[in-house]
Design a protein around this ligand. Structure first.
Ligand SMILES: *[C@@H]1O[C@H](CO)[C@@H](O)[C@H](O)[C@H]1NC(C)=O
Ligand SMILES: *[C@@H]1O[C@H](CO)[C@@H](O)[C@H](O)[C@H]1NC(C)=O
Ligand SMILES: *[C@@H]1O[C@H](CO)[C@@H](O)[C@H](O)[C@H]1NC(C)=O
Ligand SMILES: *[C@@H]1O[C@H](CO)[C@@H](O)[C@H](O)[C@H]1NC(C)=O
Ligand SMILES: *[C@@H]1O[C@H](CO)[C@@H](O)[C@H](O)[C@H]1NC(C)=O
Length: 447
């Protein structure tokens, strides 16, 4: 522990300075998961699919995927979805398959909630995220899979979430809403060149997964659609997300790892995640979020070259007493902002609890967070950084942060945090400003 802390304190601020110029960083997700060419190709129409936007194709999807699973061909099988609107209930994917959406192919979710089966809650959440008990299975679902590719020519997966948003709005939801796509316990996943639209709840939710690449995707939902997070890596590792546009009604990317006592017991962290070249907007919520569910721990995250416009909070680290776990070794560099209410926010009092069995003494550890090369115009508030009394956030490093357009009198607000700042405008709070002005923040830390 002592060694780790020393390392964070000495090396992280150094990275904060060197990060943007050092060579040798891998700058693409290519090659992390093999993009497989599949010789065996079947079409949804071979299984009775009709793409007229009215016929229900649930059976066609199930038959096609049954065929892939049970008549497995070496190298796997590509399921081709031709141009057309393919209405369907939810379905499960299988291993060694590519779901390929042609240009102008739309896989559209049925709005008949009868078509949405219930499944068990995730063990790291203990219950549905918004309602107690089970939850609706995601529209496109996978559990225990490997070697799955979802790609094509930018066809659309459309959740038709409106009915679900309305049930949330009028409080008639009985169980937690379905995600658009959820992969559980799965490895070697590529999701690329697909448009995700109008998810009932979170859009893309990899949970207990590893080796996941998500690139060249577009994720869209109206700014007022409730809880339509873009991509939520959850208790997953070795993930790479890049070159995507996300504009939804909630956080664009939110890294999570389980909820309070359930997440602490399940102890499955999110780690080694790279997020780069993402752009988008979230009018009421966050660009890149860490938490608030981080009970299994999150660490070793790099976020690079993010562009956010018309967004409430650009970078948000959120946790709460009762969460336990940790948030450590987080590097954010290269953030471009336009019309943002608050650039940077850290809060140790955010998010609700699954039930009253959580332990309020389970305080999260937050240490080693470096944010550098941030530039923004039309930024109303620079930021607030509020740790937890008794569990202050440590090793916070801000460098080369230049924000303009703030409302008169706007200033950083900090409590229960410590760290360093270099080249931060407007002038940072006293908790960080001690090292402002001369030399590298790493040298100041050493002295
Ligand atoms: C991030 O942007 C900077 C400045 O434009 C550029 O030099 C760097 O290569 C970019 N890095 C990545 C990973 O895109
Ligand atoms: C799909 O997967 C879920 C969860 O693993 C399972 O409960 C359900 O029976 C599966 N449905 C089909 C049609 O195989
Ligand atoms: C699909 O969308 C991606 C990401 O927006 C873009 O880079 C790519 O050129 C598009 N491809 C086609 C075939 O339109
Ligand atoms: C921090 O995370 C980066 C990126 O994942 C990793 O390369 C590095 O080894 C980590 N540093 C420490 C001190 O764990
Ligand atoms: C930011 O706000 C200004 C003033 O309202 C507006 O002119 C500009 O177009 C906005 N920028 C973006 C990217 O929407």
């Amino acid at each position: 522990m002592v060694h780790f802390l020393a390392f964070v304190w000495f090396v992280l601020p150094l990275l904060c300075i060197l990060g943007s110029t050092s060579a040798g960083y891998v700058t693409t997700c290519s090659g992390i998961v093999r993009m497989r060419y599949r010789r065996d190709v079947i079409s949804l129409t071979d299984f009775g699919g009709i793409g007229d936007g009215r016929t229900l194709n649930t059976l066609a999807f199930r038959k096609a995927i049954y065929r892939i699973e049970h008549l497995s061909r070496s190298g796997g099988t590509l399921l081709y979805i031709p141009p057309g609107v393919w209405l369907t209930g939810s379905f499960n994917l299988t291993s060694h398959m590519t779901l390929y959406l042609a240009k102008d192919a739309v896989i559209r979710a049925s709005q008949d909630t009868q078509n949405w089966p219930l499944i068990e809650p995730l063990p790291s959440y203990g219950r549905g995220r918004e309602r107690p008990g089970g939850r609706y299975m995601s529209f496109i679902h996978g559990d225990g899979l490997r070697d799955v590719i979802i790609t094509g020519e930018n066809g659309t997966i459309d959740g038709q979430g409106e009915v679900w948003w309305n049930m949330w709005r009028d409080r008639s939801l009985q169980f937690t809403r379905p995600n658009l796509i959820e992969l559980i316990n799965s490895n070697d996943i590529i999701i690329s060149n697909v448009v995700f639209r109008n998810s009932p709840f979170w859009n893309i939710h990899p949970v207990y997964c590893s080796n996941v690449v998500i690139r060249y995707v577009t994720v869209l939902a109206p700014p007022d659609s409730p809880n339509t997070d873009g991509i939520d890596p959850d208790s997953s590792s070795n993930m790479c997300i890049e070159d995507s546009y996300i504009s939804t009604g909630d956080d664009l990317v939110a890294i999570k790892s389980g909820w309070d006592e359930y997440g602490i017991a399940y102890a499955r962290p999110s780690s080694f995640i790279t997020i780069r070249r993402i752009s988008g907007s979230s009018l009421a919520f966050t660009g890149i979020a860490f938490g608030s569910e981080t009970s299994g721990g999150i660490s070793d995250i790099v976020v690079e070259n993010i562009t956010l416009v018309n967004t409430a909070t650009a970078i948000f680290l959120k946790t709460n007493a009762g969460r336990g776990g940790y948030i450590r070794n987080i590097t954010v560099r290269g953030v471009h902002l336009e019309n943002v209410t608050k650039a940077i926010k850290f809060a140790g009092d955010v998010g609700d609890h699954p039930d009253d069995k959580y332990d309020p003494r389970a305080l999260p550890v937050v240490e080693g967070v470096s944010i550098s090369d941030v530039w923004g115009v039309g930024v109303m508030q620079p930021g607030s950084m509020k740790g937890i009394n008794g569990a202050p956030f440590k090793g916070i490093c801000l460098s080369n942060v230049n924000l303009y357009g703030w409302v008169p009198g706007a200033q950083w607000k900090c409590t229960d945090i410590s760290g360093v700042a270099l080249g931060v405008r407007p002038w940072p709070c006293a908790e960080l400003a001690a090292t402002h002005g001369t030399g590298a923040c790493s040298l100041r830390v050493l002295s």
